[in-house]
Design a protein around this ligand. Structure first.
Ligand code: ACO
Length: 165
């Protein structure tokens, strides 16, 4: 498995993975905005074990993290934000999401001097909550009522990046 920076040519595959894995979906131009504005922050996981039968065969993208810097932070503190993260069902519980997150977090610090990283997650999403809280050390800052379009609440989470600064 290779973890590498997201390229613009990956975007249709990322959009496809997002549609497969999450109810929060975006127009292609929003992915493009991330790729053009913060090209250092978003990563993909590529399954390189699949044999390339023709020169036109693309390696399969099995996970992505789409990340950005907060453009006008309300608290005035430079910080990153995870817009979307997902791993295809066939490749879950192999540590891919953890690797993608750690790469994005490191890049936020190294490139933009981020002090912390934030994200939202559905209160029912046990797998992601385990990853964020137990594996990566995020803490729940506040519960945002009816944050999602279907009325579900979100945990607003945050991880201080001081240790890797
Ligand atoms: N139940 C409980 N714990 C789990 C589960 C699960 N279903 N899946 C993973 N974990 C744990 C792992 O055991 C591991 O814990 P450990 O460090 O104690 O060993 C930890 O989470 C990290 O596991 P990874 O293998 O790195 O996670 P994975 O690659 O399977 O991806 C993810 C996790 C991204 C949540 C995946 O299940 C997924 O794509 N789900 C659907 C999309 C989604 O929910 N994305 C997050 C939405 S929030 C947002 O985008 C900001």
């Amino acid at each position: 498995m290779d973890i590498r920076l997201l390229q613009s040519s990956d975007l249709p595959l990322i959009q496809h993975a997002n549609l497969e894995n999450l109810p929060e979906n975006y127009f292609l131009k929003y992915y493009l905005y991330h790729a053009m504005t913060w090209p250092q922050l978003s990563y993909v996981a590529v399954d390189v074990s699949r044999p390339q039968k023709t020169p036109y065969d693309q390696p399969k993208i099995v996970g992505y993290v789409l990340a950005k810097m907060e453009e006008e932070p309300a608290d005035g503190v430079q910080h990153g934000h995870i817009t979307s993260l997902s791993v295809m069902r066939t490749h879950r519980r192999l540590g891919i999401a953890e690797k993608l997150m750690r790469q994005a977090q490191l890049a936020m610090v190294e490139t933009f001097g981020a002090h912390y990283v934030s994200l939202h997650v559905r209160v029912s999403n046990r797998a992601a909550i385990h990853l964020y809280c137990d594996t990566l050390g995020f803490r729940n800052e506040k519960t945002e009522s009816k944050y999602y379009a279907d009325g579900e609440d979100a945990y607003g989470m945050r991880l201080e990046l001081s240790e890797i600064r």
